[in-house]
Design a binder for this molecule. Structure first.
Ligand SMILES: NC(=O)c1ccc[n+]([C@@H]2O[C@H](COP(=O)([O-])OP(=O)(O)OC[C@H]3O[C@@H](n4cnc5c(N)ncnc54)[C@H](OP(=O)(O)O)[C@@H]3O)[C@@H](O)[C@H]2O)c1
Length: 323
């Protein structure tokens, strides 16, 4: 007996699994917390949002601007950043929103950006490490690092450490690292940082980088106990942004087709991060991983191993101290 491909779609299992998938994806859309109903004002506070020119980051920056925050939009493109800057100033009526340039895949750029912040800012109350990329082709940066690791983890790790004293001086302060539920599929192997022993199918490299985000956030939170600075990581949900820009046409087409029905908008995708940075009930909460509906999530077992966390954190410290 031959099975033709149309039989697969008419099979009851296909229908059942489609409904289950639809329900899972739809549940990702609902946020239990509404930023518009949260009346917290942040006048007098300063926030940095990386990757604030588009997608999730733009709506995080807009929310902060609407609350009266001094916002530093940390973007890599002056042209794209300027367009978003003017839009956010116009929509929020807040003129205290500024564009500064940083490329998180370059440690020299991260250092230059941080130096500028330390020179210009007296206080820093919120740092959102949102900038990230998926599906980047195999490459090694001028620092000798695998490009996805540099962009998504090592650059943001260095940035956070360079700004840590300012955050401590400004306490209470909050650090939020935008990770992904994909961190569950990640692995730890220090040779990955240099681009060795990596497979690029289904963007497993992205998953590894997002796992390192959660591991290092947890260790940072442990080190920051008693300082008044909290550090948490979040999953924003499945969000219709430009995140698939490095994938081929077919993958982008499928992502967009499914996304129209089931994925969150960029504005909805910003909610879990805004919750962690703004909500009163998040005061003092640290070292946690939050799901896209703002509920406390269980991170992957590797992200719950405190001994591994120390090793990974110290490895990243050694790696970034060289540059
Ligand atoms: N969308 C999702 O479904 C999803 C799911 C889980 C987690 N996330 C995470 O959410 C975060 C935001 O992603 P998004 O969905 O909003 O994607 P996006 O629309 O592609 O936005 C990514 C942002 O990061 C910036 N960026 C990328 N590489 C950079 C670099 N080397 N230096 C500085 N900035 C850089 C981009 O700047 P340019 O515009 O100049 O490139 C852009 O502003 C990422 O960390 C991503 O991993 C997203």
């Amino acid at each position: 007996m031959y099975l033709v491909w149309t039989d697969v779609f008419s099979h009851p299992l296909w229908a059942v699994s489609t409904v289950i998938l639809g329900l899972i994806l739809r549940s990702q859309r609902r946020g239990s917390w509404d930023p518009r109903a949260c009346l917290v004002q942040l006048k007098g506070k300063t926030a940095i949002v990386t990757g604030a020119n588009t997608g999730i980051g733009k709506f995080i920056a807009l929310d902060f601007a609407l609350r009266g925050t001094r916002v530093i939009m940390a973007c890599r493109s002056e042209a794209r950043g300027s367009v978003a800057l003017h839009e956010i100033r116009k929509r929020s009526g807040n003129a205290d929103v500024h564009l500064r340039l940083v490329n998180t895949s370059s440690l020299a750029s991260v250092r230059a950006f941080a130096e500028g912040v330390l020179r210009e800012e007296k206080e820093l109350h919120i740092l959102v490490n949102n900038a990230g990329a998926s599906g980047l082709p195999r490459d090694i940066t001028s620092d000798g690092l695998e490009v996805s690791f540099a962009t998504n983890h090592v650059g943001p790790f260095l940035l956070t450490n360079l700004l840590l004293d300012l955050l401590k001086q400004s306490a209470p302060a909050r650090i939020v690292n935008v990770s992904s539920m994909n961190h569950w599929k990640g692995m730890v192997d220090f040779s990955h940082f240099k681009g060795k022993n990596l497979g690029y199918t289904m963007d497993s490299v992205y998953n590894h980088t997002k796992l390192h985000n959660v591991i290092c956030t947890n260790e940072l939170a442990r080190r920051l106990q008693g300082t008044g600075v909290t550090a948490n990581s979040v999953h924003p949900g499945l969000v219709m942004t430009e995140i698939m820009r490095h994938y081929n046409f077919m993958v982008r087409f499928l992502f967009n087709m499914i996304g129209i029905f089931f994925f969150k908008s960029s504005e909805e995708g910003a909610v879990s991060t805004i919750y962690c940075t703004v909500a009163m009930e998040m005061e003092g909460i640290t070292g946690k991983y939050f799901d896209s509906d703002c509920s406390l999530g269980l991170p992957a077992p590797l992200a719950r191993d405190p001994t591994l966390a120390v090793k990974v954190f110290e490895f990243c410290e050694r790696l970034t101290s060289k540059f």
